[in-house]
Ligand binder design. Sequence first.
Ligand code: NAD
Ligand code: 6OD
Length: 500
Amino acid sequence: MPQHSPDPTPPAAGAHVPLLRNYVGGQWIETETRFDDINPVDGSVVAQVCEAGQAVVDHAVAAAKTAMAGTWGRTTAEARAQALRRIADGIERRFDAFVAAEIADTGKDATHARTIDIPRAIANFRAFADQVATAHGDCFESTTPDGLGALNYTINKPLGVIGIISPWNLPLLLLTWKVAPALACGNAVIAKPSEETPYSATLLAEVIDEIGLPPGAFNLVHGFGPNSAGGFLSTHDGVDAITFTGASATGTAIMRAAAQTVKPISFELGGKNASLIFADADFEEAVTGTLRSAFSNCGQVCLCTERVYVERPIFEKFVQALRQRTEQIRIGSPYEQGVTMGPLISTEHRAKVLSYFDLAVAEGARVVTGGNVPTFGDERDRGYFVAPTIWTGLSDNARCMQEEIFGPVCHITPFDTEEDAVKAANGTRYGLATALWTSNLKRAHRLAPRMETGIVWVNTWFLRDLRTPFGGVKLSGVGREGGRHSLAFYSEPTNICIKL
Ligand code: NAD
Ligand code: 6OD
């Protein structure tokens, strides 16, 4: 049974602050070193979190190995698929509590949490249950000199103990995007959510505890990166693979750490994504789509568009239309009706975004709208809000056009030819996603393969089918997850050759 149940309502001033613990080997583990989980709407404390040090991570690795050597290591794919479906059902039963936890940790607008974050976490478990239930190995009938032949067939075994390190922007969605396939393939998991967003991961551990997954199959450790749970996981020689979502610079550090023990890695990293909007696009759809792609989740989605390129004949009209729609965004607390944009995640992250607001002006940007910190005259002034912002006038080599900002901000540039647009879109060190807006299907087919990104959307954005390969090129990542690509990463094929 769970040993703590969070309050699903907004945290009230002076209310009891829950303690979020580590979950290791089927037990809730308290530690003396604790940190605050902060609500970015007003800076209040949502929970106290028990940080996992080296000893707790060692314990989690030992528990995971015991699970692999025990009943969990012997489960069938069908039994694992059923377990994943029970986890999905368990999240669904506590849907409101998960939404409340996600909102309390991130301040994100309630509609986002209700329609994207938590439903996608549920879908992740169901999708990978389906994947593993229908997965199959290869079989080759081979010829041999004696004419009797041989039969080669592959079986897919689990990799072992998987360390999962995830970010704060879509906390449960991105954690379960990796937990679900890792468990589906029969691995034992040690999950480390972001220190900014430990709450929904703790609820997930409660659900997994309730459904009775064998102890050690899923473990949760809380903490930070270097010299904390994240660092200890990525250097641990008992961890067989690391799958990570987060900033590109962190990816470099984890890659270096994981190299010591030659761990397989899968990385989903940062982006500086472009949208190309052609004059033949459906104008309203392109404006609405760009509003979403630039400002969803307060611009804190790795796939968000920070660079918008618009064909010159519609440039001015597009800038004005996007400005008008942006100025209608209602910023505030997710607990208020009608709010469509919350705060940034932390005071540090806001300082980073505001430093780009200053830099853009210094680099010669024209601020079309935003560029400031809104004031409310109440407790929200202690939160980490910024106004959604649009710039024009920067050159493609400006730092604000090259570096990921990860806030509610985009720059709009006019272009004259397809060639110019392609060159500009590909002109950063990142390569995650591009959105093309055009009614010319031939153009879309012609340009999509030329985009140096792992994902190209045409006349849409963030439309996901969980069977498709997801990931980036260049600084945006290593490898692909999704559907059979996830099954390939989280399992180890063994070829068996039988001489007939
Ligand atoms: P981050 O890299 O700072 O942190 C991510 C996780 O890594 C956290 O759990 C953190 O504790 C841990 N960590 C930090 N340093 C570590 C280290 N040295 N060793 C081990 N673990 C360490 O990222 P963030 O600020 O949480 O998230 C925002 C970033 O994530 C943005 O760059 C965004 O583009 C990227 N992101 C990418 C994707 C994608 O799918 N490509 C998805 C979401 C977010
Ligand atoms: O949709 C997904 O599977 C996924 N990994 C989304 C990533 C969003 C980045 O913030």
